[in-house]
Ligand binder design. Structure first.
Ligand code: AMP
Length: 629
């Protein structure tokens, strides 16, 4: 992508900036670019390898070390060596608490929903700062290898990343000195690497199966007119090749008749066994038997000796069959969410190191009934696709739009704590939607706007993303202000909420960086909950609506009596008050049908009065007088 152009002012040659593509992974990260032959290529900074382990180590002075050098400290200084930071991006302690034991470093719980912090040495770091360290290293490597400054990048994220996680990724890029031109979904990038979507005439449905070291996800995409759309995603953020390694370790502990409790307590021995297990797993991707010995120094009452690390292909496949079946179950769910059958999938793309295991490949091929694309190195495919996306953004390719869908509905709280959906779940992004609201009290000058994400009818069952006040609405009677609320969800999946009072032009806008994120398990749970509670939600919604209507009617009727009593007879006033009281009693009892009945009665009774006032108003207006409303 390096283009040479002539600076017309000076007449000198100048090199155009290179935009890199970055795969910021849980285990490893990579940076790629389009080489002068117009092919995507992962940058290999002399001798340092293509993969940069996503590991950050802090020494006593607080200096950061990233990559393979940092990985060494995982054993010698685990408390100050941060790995898997991607799992913490945009998350609260509550979100990750259940998995605290999988992290060797300290995650800080400040007993709030705010974002987690990580302690290393005597300092606290946010996941954004830690991700920025990794990105800085990638930037430096790219600059060193390409011998040119690198300031702009495309960064990939899993398709299921929510607004908060996307924003956190963008912020990390900014902190690393990178202008992040686009956040792209990993499955979209992988498809691009295979050239899928580059031909605008192509119409395809693609399943991208991504099984890495610690995470699994599957996405169903469709491409139409060069536009990518994520139809559905599914997965498990705690399932991957590491589980395979663990299964092998426990198999060896058993086959060598070792004391499981004693061995698992010896972290050094466990680590050596894990490394051997990974070696065995990789070997079994090309051979049918692995047979090695592991010497160990002994522990507690166990004498030093040797562990036979023997594993044949069939046993390995039996060990991992359950986990692989889980991934296939996710594929099924993703298809049913996208309302598609396997026969409707045109292409299957494999991503992630664990798809190198032939058993995984076979199971995926068998499920989708087609051979998956596996020609490109599954570790590199996302970064290569990101480089292609960078190239598209640099204007070097025909315009290709990347479209995604939002996994959960977005809306605001309305009367009685009801969720008013503005952008429904699975809406294509970028998208913009809005609705008009008004005030419920006379002279109301502020309006609280609370933004939620979720499928339930009551906001308290959903997740609050943000809250702000639209201030400075000029005092007007209830119902008169016109407040337009617009939701703008951009291509990165980041939400901007705008509120504007049309009569006065008072405006307020926020970009939502949710106070904490959602795990994909939570998304799934929220969806399931919305189905299980559908009936009770409807009942509750109807009651709340009846109540709000009733309360509003009591308010209006009382206001009417205050202002226009002179138009009514004493009896009419008395009976109106009785009807109001009846309605108030029904409201207290919270009986939907009774509220509606009493509201109807009050309405019926007072309708002629309203007409009477209107008539007077009209005739007064015709006489050139005005009457206050
Ligand atoms: P990723 O997160 O995509 O880098 O994938 C890393 C995972 O892929 C780790 O669990 C590796 O052990 C696994 N992996 C790497 N190479 C192979 C291989 N040849 N066969 C099976 N698994 C592999």
């Amino acid at each position: 992508m390096a283009k040479i152009s002539i600076n017309l002012a000076t007449g000198s040659f100048q090199q155009e900036e290179i935009i890199v593509g970055i795969d910021l992974g849980t285990t490893n990260s990579l940076v790629a670019f389009i080489n002068p032959d117009k092919n995507p290529q992962v940058i290999n900074d002399t001798g340092k390898g293509l993969l940069v382990p996503s590991v950050v180590h802090f020494n006593a002075q607080g200096d950061a070390l990233v990559g393979n050098d940092a990985k060494e400290f995982l054993i010698t200084d685990p408390a100050n060596t941060i790995f898997s930071v991607k799992r913490l991006l945009g998350r609260s302690y509550k979100d990750v608490a259940a998995h605290q034991d999988t992290f060797s470093y300290k995650i800080i719980d400040d007993e709030s929903d705010s974002l987690v912090k990580i302690k290393a040495g005597d300092k606290f770091y946010t996941p954004i700062e830690l991700s920025a360290e990794i990105l800085k290293e990638l930037k430096a490597r790219a600059e060193h290898a390409l011998k040119t400054p690198v300031n702009r990048a495309v960064i990939t994220v899993p398709a299921y990343f929510n607004d908060s996680q996307r924003q956190a990724t963008r912020d990390a890029g900014k902190l690393a000195g990178l202008d992040v031109l686009r956040i792209v979904n990993e499955p979209t990038a992988a498809s691009l690497a295979y050239g899928l979507g580059l031909d605008p005439a192509q119409q395809k449905t693609i399943a991208v199966y991504d099984l890495g070291g610690g995470t699994f996800d599957v996405s169903v995409l469709s491409i139409q007119n060069g536009i990518f759309e994520v139809l559905s995603t599914n997965g498990n953020t705690f399932l991957g090749g590491d589980d395979f390694d663990r299964a092998i370790v426990y198999y060896w502990i058993e086959s060598n008749k070792l004391d499981k409790e004693a061995v698992t307590k010896d972290s050094g021995l466990m680590q050596s066994l894990r490394l051997k297990a990974e070696e065995a797993k990789k070997a079994l991707s090309t051979q049918s038997l692995y047979n090695e010995k592991l010497r160990f120094d002994g522990f507690e009452e166990v004498k030093p000796g040797e562990i036979w690390c023997t594993l044949d292909k069939q046993t390995f496949e039996n060990l991992i069959a359950g986990k692989v079946a889980e991934t296939i179950a996710s594929c099924k769910l993703a298809l049913s969410d996208a309302k598609l059958t396997t026969a409707e999938i045109d292409e299957v793309v494999l991503v992630g190191g664990s798809t190198r295991s032939p058993y995984v490949k076979q199971q995926v091929a068998a499920f989708f009934q087609r051979e998956p694309h596996d020609q490109i190195n599954p570790d590199e495919v996302v970064a290569l696709g990101a480089a292609i996306q960078a190239d598209i953004l640099a204007g070097n390719r025909s315009d290709i739009l990347l479209l995604d869908v939002t996994p959960l509905s977005l809306g605001i709280e309305t009367m009685g704590g009801l969720m008013d959906v503005i952008i429904p779940r699975n809406a294509k992004v970028p998208t913009k939607a809005g609705r008009q609201y008004t005030t419920s009290l006379d002279g109301q000058v502020n309006m609280k706007i609370s933004v939620y994400q979720g499928e339930r009818d009551l906001v308290r069952e959903n997740r609050k993303l943000a809250e702000f006040d639209l201030k400075g609405i000029p005092p007007m009677p209830a119902g008169l202000p016109k407040v337009d609320i617009n939701f703008i969800l951009n291509a990165d999946g980041i939400l901007t909420v705008q509120a504007i009072e049309l009569r006065s032009g008072v405006k307020q806008e926020i970009d939502i960086t949710p106070s904490y994120g959602l795990t994909d398990d939570t998304v799934e749970k929220m969806l399931i909950d919305s189905i299980t509670h559908a009936k009770s939600d409807v009942d509750q919604r109807m009651l709340i609506e009846a109540r709000s209507e009733g309360e509003q009617l009591v308010y209006t009727a009382q206001r009417f009596l205050d202002k226009h009593a002179s138009y009514l007879s004493t009896d009419e006033i008395k009976n109106t008050k009785i009807h109001i009281e009846n309605l108030q009693q029904a409201l207290e009892k919270a009986e939907k049908d009774e509220i509606l009945k009493k509201a109807d009665e009050l309405n019926e009774f007072t309708r002629p009065f309203a007409e009477r006032v209107m008539d007077v108003a009209v005739s007064a207006a015709m006489k050139g007088k005005s009457i206050d409303n």
